[in-house]
Design a protein around this ligand. Structure first.
Ligand SMILES: [Mg+2]
Length: 422
């Protein structure tokens, strides 16, 4: 959170499964559209928060399966664990709050008396969350009975039924909504209360997100019956909450537009972005557009015309150098020439490129250093390079690529680096 010195322009707080991530879309198109938009228009001055029912173990698994961006803040295990930054530093203040009237031993003991409850995997049992599966037809009755028993034992717990099968028992002060309220309060104390906050969800455990005052909300088009029912009973007349027409991350983009929270045109929705030379110099934009072009070039989705590569070459400094992750150095212009040979080599194949954590700094006037993680998915293989690009710009002229350096990130086990162009 130290990254920003002033209040974020937008804070998106999104659920993952069936909200940010569309499990019915093997191409992950809506997620990739969101990613480009976020890195292009919001990363530098906004916060991305993932709020998921998943435990840290299952969250990390999802990150390996899907092209998820790195959030600034991660709220896991249904609002019982809040962590910050890439290294996921836990919020100890939140842990102290959750210990109030909570006893894990008693919760497990009472719940074990119900044969209808089937304990979820060990990784899903957390210090402040005990999770079961229960049949839809039994959920209401079991919840009622359990609540009474906990009350008798002096506990103050919350029982959340979600996704038509998951039953989570949490401290009363926990849950996605309370975690968000805690976070907003904390940001306010630090002078970083977001100008706008948008909560996004699809199921029962997301309902709380939409009850936090001054927060915009979007229920994605594919939202579960339980959430729509909650909305009809509790928030029908709240103009700040909408039921989107689009699925998953597409619904999030739709809501950004509906509530006028900022730009809502993803670079992925622009077919000829090389044509639109932006009037204001923004190296972050340049990078997102370049890697999108690179994906389309190799997929053979743009015209194979010299104008593209000529324009790219023209924006590279004549003595500009590219340091390949293998350590080999070559001229930037030669790299563009080499790229020409790879036109359409990934046509009809599973090939996607996305940029994560694109951040530009301008320490000297007219010079920018852009850092990002460049991801490439080819078939079942995923690779990531930490990429540093130096740009210069003269008054009234476009950006000039001066230097590009890439190193394999820790996650990438690279056996063959010959097909990694840039
Ligand atoms: Mg969900």
């Amino acid at each position: 959170m130290e990254r920003l010195t002033s209040p974020p322009r937008l804070m998106i707080v999104s659920d993952l499964d069936h909200t940010m991530v569309d499990h019915h879309d093997p191409e992950n198109l809506s997620l990739l559209r969101f990613n480009s938009l976020w890195e292009h228009a919001y990363r530098h001055d906004s916060f991305l928060v993932f709020s998921t029912g998943r435990s840290p173990t299952l969250y990390k698994e999802l990150r390996k399966e899907k092209p998820l961006l790195t959030p600034d803040i991660t709220i896991m295990s249904v609002g019982t664990e809040i962590t910050y930054g890439n290294s996921m530093v836990p919020d100890h203040g939140w842990v102290d709050t959750l210990n109030n009237k909570w006893d894990l031993g008693i919760v497990k003991e009472e719940a074990s008396k119900f044969s209808e409850l089937k304990l979820q995997a060990e990784t899903e049992q957390r210090p402040h969350k005990v999770s079961f599966y229960v049949d839809k037809s039994k959920a209401q009755e079991v919840t009622k009975e359990l609540s009474q028993r906990f009350e008798k034992r002096g506990l103050d717990v919350k029982i959340i039924y979600s996704g038509g099968m998951d039953l989570d028992i949490l401290p009363q002060g926990a849950g996605k909504g309370q975690a968000l309220a805690y976070l907003l309060k904390k940001l306010k104390t630090e002078g970083k209360l977001p100008v706008n906050t948008l909560a996004c969800g699809d199921s029962g455990n997301d309902a709380e997100l939409f009850s936090i005052p001054d927060v915009y909300g979007v229920m994605v088009s594919n939202a579960q019956e339980e959430l729509l029912k909650w909305h009809a009973e509790n928030a029908k007349d709240n103009p700040k909450v909408i039921h989107a027409k689009e699925r998953c991350a597409g619904g999030i983009i739709e809501a950004i537009g509906h509530f006028k929270l900022g730009p809502n045109l993803s670079p992925r929705d622009v077919s000829d972005f090389l044509e639109c030379k932006t009037e204001n110099v923004n190296p972050g934009h340049e990078v997102v557009k370049f890697f999108l072009f690179y994906e389309r070039w190799r997929r053979g989705e743009v015209d194979n015309c010299d104008a593209y590569t000529a324009s790219l070459k023209a924006s590279c400094h004549p003595s500009g150098v590219f340091v390949h992750p293998s350590g080999a150095e070559k001229s930037l212009r030669d790299t563009i020439d080499e790229l020409r040979k790879y036109y359409g080599d990934k046509q009809g194949k599973k090939f996607r490129v996305w940029a994560d954590q694109v951040l530009a700094t301008d320490t000297t006037p007219g010079t920018w250093i852009v850092k990002l993680d460049k991801w490439e998915q080819s078939g079942e293989e995923r690779r990531c390079c930490t990429t540093t690009i130096k740009f210069t710009s003269k008054e009234g002229e476009g950006l000039v690529w001066e230097h590009v350096q890439q190193t394999w990130s820790k996650e990438s086990e690279v056996k063959d680096d010959s097909t990694w162009i840039i």
